[in-house]
Design a protein around this ligand. Structure first.
Ligand code: MN
Length: 432
């Protein structure tokens, strides 16, 4: 370890900066305490540099820089450098909570020393990659506001919520192989659709392409088959949080989903942020979920939980840079701990890299709805954007979901954004 303490380093830096004058650019270690990617955050990702494009490495975001975690750990003699020596986060995820805490504590120490500077790369000079190998992907339906709006749109004459909704977190298994990192273009899917008034289905590019603003939870420690994971073991298994866009083709979905649920209307692409925020960075954002209106079975009953199950994450959704919604994650009815307990209660085991997403995050107010299906009331009410009206996404549209959470001492914790641009479907070749 370097002998210089972080405090003396900061004093030395401010002295040398004033000697250079106010024009000199601050070094990579000069990150304000209230920076959303300051020392209290430190999310993990995977990056490469322009001179070594094939060498993917674990990076830790600090301010507007990325720390080459393995190179730094090796140079500083860390006992945990082996779990950082990979082109994905999976070995670190598998190592479990004690190693997660030790690595995070080391990072916070190292980032106080000038010796770390050679291992920092400017964020805008690196390429970011899918941060972990996605094992299984599950998507829930945990917002009461979203589920109620969707129920009103699709079943206007019935109860908006299905009878099971308040008794279990509804979910489905998605396609892990098509989870892509933020920035990956999303090709408009082809498929079957049939409006109720159409005599037969037609095939072609989806004409009702939508986004779903969601929060994803990344599983680190696996569990054994046959052994349910109780509510209280959430932190033993879940490593951290990412942002998710569950792209959805509403026309394909509407025609195919009865009776087995989402399939090709969802499986063409799911985007995740390049940064995974460790749970520990969100300690100040823990919040109680909404009051429960039904008694819950014991494995889901979190009334006596040791810590609040919700997270106060403030999401923003923008189309081509124009904000269209600000969904509050704190309004979610079912918590991630309840989702984890439910998806393992039958004995299904967890694998390192499992990703489970919350379902569309929608709040009680119209401007808090997390997808176009709700924002436009299934195409009835167009959104007015600076570049024209939208009912559904058009080719060339870029959807960006960002978020922040309250951090310690009045700071903010920034979550890495998830963005993606819609590309035109491939040309259809017909036989005639
Ligand atoms: Mn979804």
């Amino acid at each position: 370890m370097p002998e210089q303490s972080p405090q003396s380093h900061q004093n030395a830096r401010s002295a040398s900066q004033s000697a250079r004058g106010p024009q000199s650019a601050p070094g990579p270690l000069t990150v304000a305490e209230d920076h959303p990617f300051g020392l209290h955050n430190l999310p993990y990702g995977v990056f490469s540099t322009a001179d070594e494009p094939d060498r993917r490495r674990i990076g830790v975001r600090y301010g507007d820089h990325v720390l080459d975690a393995h190179t730094a750990a090796t140079a500083l003699g860390s006992p945990h450098s082996d779990v950082l020596a990979h082109p994905s986060l999976n070995p670190l995820l598998a190592a479990g909570p004690a190693v997660w805490a030790a690595v995070r504590a080391d990072l916070r120490t190292w980032l106080g020393y000038p010796a770390i500077e050679p291992f920092l790369h400017p964020l805008d000079a690196v390429s970011l990659h899918l941060p972990f190998e996605v094992a299984d992907y599950v998507d829930f339906y945990a917002s009461e506001h979203h589920a109620t709006n969707v129920g009103r749109i699709f079943r206007p004459d019935g109860e908006p919520l299905t009878p099971n909704w308040k008794h279990l977190p509804i979910g489905y298994h998605g396609r892990s192989g098509t989870v892509v990192v933020s920035g990956t273009p999303v090709v408009r899917p082809l498929g079957q659709r049939k409006a109720p008034t159409d005599p037969s289905p037609v095939f072609g590019p989806s004409v009702r392409l939508d986004f779903e603003a969601e929060v994803g939870f990344v599983v680190g420690t696996p569990s054994r088959a046959g052994e349910p994971v109780p509510l209280g073991d959430f932190r033993d298994h879940v490593f951290g949080v990412c942002l998710v866009n569950d792209w959805s083709a509403r026309d394909i979905q509407a025609w195919e989903y009865v009776p087995l649920g989402p399939f090709l209307g969802k499986s063409f692409a799911t985007s995740v942020s390049a940064w995974v925020t460790p749970l520990e960075a969100l300690d100040a954002a823990r919040t109680a979920p909404p009051a429960r209106t039904h008694d819950l079975l014991p494995y889901l009953d979190d009334a006596g939980a040791a810590e609040p199950g919700g997270f106060d994450l403030r999401l923003t959704v923008a189309i081509n840079g124009h904000t269209v919604s600000e969904p509050p994650f704190s309004a979610m009815y079912w918590t991630a701990a309840q989702q984890l307990a439910h998806m393992t209660v039958n004995g299904a085991s967890l694998r390192t890299g499992d990703l489970f997403a919350s379902g569309t995050v929608s709040g009680p107010r119209p401007e808090e709805r997390g997808c176009l299906l709700e924002l436009t009331w299934s195409g009835r009410d167009a959104l007015v954007l600076p570049d024209g009206e939208r009912t559904w996404l058009e080719d060339g549209d870029e959807v960006t979901i960002s978020a922040w959470a309250p951090g310690p001492h009045g700071t903010r914790v920034g979550l890495g954004e998830v963005t993606g641009r819609v590309e035109k479907s491939p040309t259809l070749h017909t036989t005639d």
